[in-house]
Design a protein around this ligand. Sequence first.
Ligand SMILES: [Zn+2]
Length: 369
Amino acid sequence: MQFAHVFGHQKVKEQLIRNVENNRLPHAQLFIGAEGSGKLGLAIALTQYIYCSQRTPTDSCGECSSCRKISTHSHPDVHFTYPVAASKEISTQYLENWREINASTTYFNAIDWMEAITKDGNKTPNITREETRSILSRLSLKPFEGEAKTLIIWMPEYLKNESNALLKIIEEPPQKTYFILVAEQSKNLLPTITSRTQLTKIPKYSFEETKAFLDNKYGLEKSRLEQIARLADGNFRVATQLVEDNSTDYGPLFRDWMLACYRNDLKSVSNLSDKLHAMGKNQIQLFLSHGIGILRECMLHQTIDNYQINAEPSQVDFIQKLSTTLNAFFIEKIYSQMNEVIYHLQRNANPKIALFNLSINIRYHFIRK
Ligand SMILES: [Zn+2]
């Protein structure tokens, strides 16, 4: 993958290239970027730039033998560590799946990855003790082709204290060994990781960038493009799924859920949690993203005079009504609780319990006349 194939992030790209050109590439780097940002693409593009035999001041060539091997994830000196689903398993067992998912997108998250390797997005991801051993033995070998070895660790959030040996070599890396850790949030990283790596923050994509991305990829009509860009909130993974998942209309489902919470109708809340649980974690995330979009419109409708609600015509009336039953403070609260649930679903939260608990919290926030 060349830098040119990673959407946007121009400033980050320039900085990474400068580091290579000035021979000031840190041995251990940590890329942190929200879900659906270009962080994994940038890590791979940087690696390709380091190894490329004909790089230019702006990019790798994309054609030399190193570039070709890295872009197909088959360079013998470039290693990947990513979570797996069962104890005792190691990343290389899933190299084919890794190549396959990367060939289609680099915006996938841990749920997509679990689905790719186990057909079950509810499985808990894990970087195993065995993986640490396997990595240490692979890194102890001399480089096969170039001068350097690189290890890209995707989602180091799943590294545990038992990976101490790996953390130790990140601190004192063998000669000519680069580590690039690609994470979503710093709060779930072991403190040893954040203290031993140089941080590069990968910013969330802007609304304009999301529109441009969707326009390039799908060429949607303007109002739908804007609506999806707004819902996706800079997350290209969600944006892609919202375009491709045409079949589910989350509007009525969200309306029923809010109504059940408003009416304190726990039986309906429980039924809805069951229904969503059966749809799977990915759909729940899209459902909550839809809800977050609705709440954002409620907030804008409440605070800006004559605000034109930006939603499907069928949702406008609902947004107006919902705005009268929630005050701005509580909308914000529910908004962040929904984001929290999305975050925890990717860890090991049980979707049914998470949704039920969220409903219990939401029902306290309604203004009942
Ligand atoms: Zn090249």
